[in-house]
Design a protein around this ligand. Sequence first.
Ligand SMILES: *Cc1c(COP(=O)(O)O)cnc(C)c1O
Length: 395
Amino acid sequence: MRDDVLPEAVRERALALAAENQLPAYLYDLAALRSQAAAIRDALAGAGVDFLYAAKANPDPALLRVIAPLTDGIEVASGGELEHVMDAAPGARVAFGGPGKTDRELMAAIGRGVWRLHVESVRELNRVIALAGRRPVDVLLRANLPFGVSGAALTMSGPFGMDEDTLAVAARTARDAAAAGSGVRVRGLHVHLASGLDAGQKLTLDARVLAWARCWLEQYLPGRDRPEINLGGGMTVDYADPGRHFDWEAYAQGLAELDRGPAVLRVEPGRSVSVHAGYYVSDVLDLKYTRGQAYAIARGGTHHLRTPATKGHSQPLVALPGPGRSGEPLNDDELTVVGQLCTPKDQLATGVPVQDLCIGDLLVFRMAGAYAWNISHHDFLMHPHPTFAYLDPAE
Ligand SMILES: *Cc1c(COP(=O)(O)O)cnc(C)c1O
């Protein structure tokens, strides 16, 4: 709960939003976002690795406009994201992946000149071939590999990608289609196997993927100039320790040391790019003890910030004295912070130590820049949507 961890500009804007009755609010620090994305780009560029941003982490147009120019492209996972990103960040190269793409989505992607299409099955590949005709479409085949991932928060096994035998069929299918005049070209492989990996874990996984992918590319795309390997995203962040960031320097250094042969390497992180740039700012509506447990009821809740409910963690937060604070101050070592929803699942944080917390004090939730607003069930209980505010000294 120490408040010295908040950047001064964030603290000031949060207090201003409270004074203007604009809470709850999402507050995005675009300057911090810009320097984070630039640091990632610089580290990866030093290793000769392409940097894509996975838009599903946070597709807010203002964030996309900051991130897109610092990347080699944006990865989207639906026709909706495709249209949205192409409109919000015109000129950005777009890679389109994800399971269950409809003909309509594929047509939109081909029609709008998508840069890479990540194909998930042989049936999908055949549909792309049928829809594309002679128009050029550059494809990566998504591989589902049996590489156990220790320490992963989420293992992306299941319906994603193709096994080795199916990949071989896909490669042959594309080759036959190309020989018959199709514009579809397989440029390489796409592999996103897990999320929540630190630099060491991700490198261990990437080394296995690379060793396998190099053999595969030699066998199935022989002679292809600069075949491509997209190593996916999933770089971890630590909600229990917001100051600990994914070590991009070490990761890029490690990637540079792996033997990639002639392949172009690419990664597509989402969470680790934007998470630290977002804050969800709320204030205390009520304070109470019930059955011995201290509660703060925050304005808003998990319908705006679903992340702690989804991941089962306490969202890190800082309390600030609010401009209109009132009532008896509460001191407790184990405060539970809940929102306004009529469900016990509406918990934002537990076990929070607080000193002199009053009604009207601000609760500034950190690490709310990824998988936060855009994964939340906004209209449950019909509370108003939050305000969106942006801090950008460059403007
Ligand atoms: C979600 C996703 C990402 C981004 O994952 P993060 O954990 O946000 O880095 C990248 N690639 C694919 C295919 C994804 O589904």
